[in-house]
Structure formats: C-alpha cells, structure tokens
Design a protein around this ligand. Structure first.
Ligand SMILES: [Zn+2]
Ligand SMILES: [Zn+2]
Length: 335
C-alpha cells in the first residue's frame, strides 16, 4: 500500500489539515507522480467551499501539479519513472468517445477532475491517467510551471479557438491570475493588447507584462473610446459586467470569449451581435495535446506566471492570501 501525505478540508469552507490516505494498487493505465510544486487556483477555493455543489469531503485540493513520475501501470507506453510531468484540472478521460478520439479529451462527457471525487495535489503524491500526465519540455522552470497546467491552458485555448492572428487588436478583462497569463500569451502572439482593469495600482505592472494600453473598466468613457476596434476580447473575471459595452468595443466579426465562470446569466442584447456579425463563446481548459503545445510556446518565449511561493505546510496562509485578492499573481506551494 502506498501512503499519501496530504492536506484536506473536512467540511465546506473548513481549514486544511494534515491528512493521510492510502492508494490502492496502480491501474494498468495509471501513473503515480511525486509532487514537487502545486499551484493554487480560484477553483480550489470554490471546491473547498462547495460553491459548485460537487465537492466530496475530505477534499484534498490542488490541480496545478508539477512532479516526477514514480510508477507506471503495465499498459503505459509513453512515460516511465523519472520523467517530469504536469497534471492539471483533469486526470482521466474515457479515451474512446468522439471527443477523446478527436483529441478534445477535455470535452469528454466522463472526463474526471483531479479534485472531483478524488484527491489532488496539496500532497506529496498524486495519481492520474497517463493521457493527462503531460511531459514537461526541457528547460521549463518547474517553480513557475504549475499554474500553466490549469490557468495557463484555460486562457491559451481561447486564442486557438478564436483563431486570433498576430495582426489582431485584442482585449483582456481582469488582470489577475488568469488575465496576466493571457496578456503574456497575446503579447508574444504579436497582438496589440488592451488590458481592462479596475485596479489603477496594477497599471505599471500590467504594461510591463506586455499590454499596450490599460483601460479603467470602471470608466465608461474610456470603454467608449475604443468602440468598434477589438477583434477578440477574453473575459477572465467571474462577476457580472456591462457585457454590452464590451460587445460595442468589438470590431465587426469580433469574438467575445469568457473563461470566467459568471454564476448569473449573462444578458446579451441580440442586436449587438447581429449588426456586426459578432459571436460570444466560452471554453473550459484545453486538450492534452494543446497543453503540450502551450508549454513549448512558454519555453520558447519565456512566458511564465508571476508567482509567490509558499511551503505546502503553510497552505492555509496561502489560501487566505489568495482569497484576500492580494496574490501577485499566482501562488505556488512547494512540497
Ligand atoms: Zn484551476
Ligand atoms: Zn471520452
């Protein structure tokens, strides 16, 4: 039996406490990963509080995992002990449905979340299906790579889905954990990037990350000044905004894409879409293959999230720091 030392919440909103559990025998297509680093994502907070109604306790959060393969099942062909891998929000998918066969494993109807009904990465070890254990490219900075596995791919996938071109003018709403990674990707993509932020204190940092211009999203006049100019807008916030003013900022045939899980319905006036042939979409994460592509793009262009590191034993302080909104911009736990 394989004993895992983890941190778990025992009840909704509860503090995390040391927790050990035993893994059963390794399945033929599974791999065990010794964890080096694990990022903290807003979804971990949502899961701890059971905001989405799907948390099972005890919950070991953590789904931005970077580590080393230490055991592989008998059918695993592409990984062996010693290989460095990342494991994100998803840990397994059926491998035979149309989506899996198309390479869109993240859209599989039975895709399994790393912290949904199983224990995640705030631990010294985690288990997953080989397909989701993404081999890390040579030269990647392990200390900062964790958040790329969830937050990074979440904002990279929309750039591919929307067919964003190097010549495009684009916008990113909300420059936090997700948004600051989107800025860096779009800057290296070649785009002119407008950042929408409600926090003037972040302006200098946002410009240094590659934004061409920062627009105060609380000032309707500033929003009006860019009407009809953006080919693509990515929303990373999870609060209700004046959606129509952002649709107005889109150029004809522009695309508005949200990865922020706004819980209230989004009121979208049909005429705003019809007159300029505009579209509104959304997406979760991305496929394993696209995650690999993204990681290579990150190494090539030296794109990493800004991270603050905490020892895993201080996970509660790290979670409080994230919840206070003071994290700049992503937190990583070191085992
Ligand atoms: Zn996440
Ligand atoms: Zn499937």
């Amino acid at each position: 039996m394989n004993k895992v030392h983890a941190y778990a919440a025992q009840e909704a909103g509860g503090k995390l406490n040391p927790f050990t559990y035993e893994l059963p025998a390794l399945g033929s297509e599974e791999v065990d990963i010794k964890i080096h680093y694990c990022g903290i994502c807003h979804s971990d907070l949502s899961m701890i509080k059971n905001e989405w109604g799907m948390t099972q306790y005890p919950l070991v959060p953590g789904h931005e995992i970077v580590g080393e393969v230490i055991a592989v099942g008998s059918e695993v062909k592409n990984l062996k002990p010693g290989v460095l891998v990342g494991l994100g929000w998803n840990s397994a998918s059926c491998m035979h449905c149309d989506q899996c066969m198309n390479g869109s494993h993240h859209l599989c109807s039975t895709v399994e979340g790393t912290i949904v009904g199983r224990h995640g990465g705030f631990a010294d070890q985690v288990r997953g299906h080989w397909s989701w254990a993404i081999p890390l490219p040579e030269g990647i900075d392990l200390k900062k790579a964790g958040p790329l596995l969830c937050g990074g791919i979440t904002v990279f996938n929309p750039i591919i889905l929307a067919g964003v071109k190097a010549t495009d003018r684009v916008g990113v709403i909300g420059i936090g954990g997700l948004g600051h990674m989107a800025l860096k990707f779009l800057n290296k993509w070649g785009c002119e990037v407008i950042a929408f932020s409600s926090n003037p204190d972040k302006k200098e940092q946002i410009l240094a990350m590659g934004a061409t211009k920062v627009i105060n999203s609380r000032n309707p006049k500033e929003l009006e000044s860019i009407a009809g100019s953006l080919d693509f807008i990515l929303n990373t916030t999870n609060v209700s905004l004046d959606w129509n003013s952002y649709l107005t900022a889109l150029a004809p045939q522009g695309k508005f894409h949200t990865v922020g899980a706004v819980l209230e319905p989004m009121a979208i006036p049909a005429f705003s879409l019809i007159m300029g042939e505009k579209t509104v979409g959304g997406s979760p994460l991305g496929s394993p293959a696209l995650t690999r592509t993204m990681l290579e793009f990150c190494v090539r262009h030296d794109i990493y999230p800004m991270v603050e590191e905490f020892p895993m034993a201080e996970v509660n302080a790290a979670l409080d720091h994230l919840e206070s909104g003071k994290a700049r911009y992503r937190i990583v736990l070191k085992v």
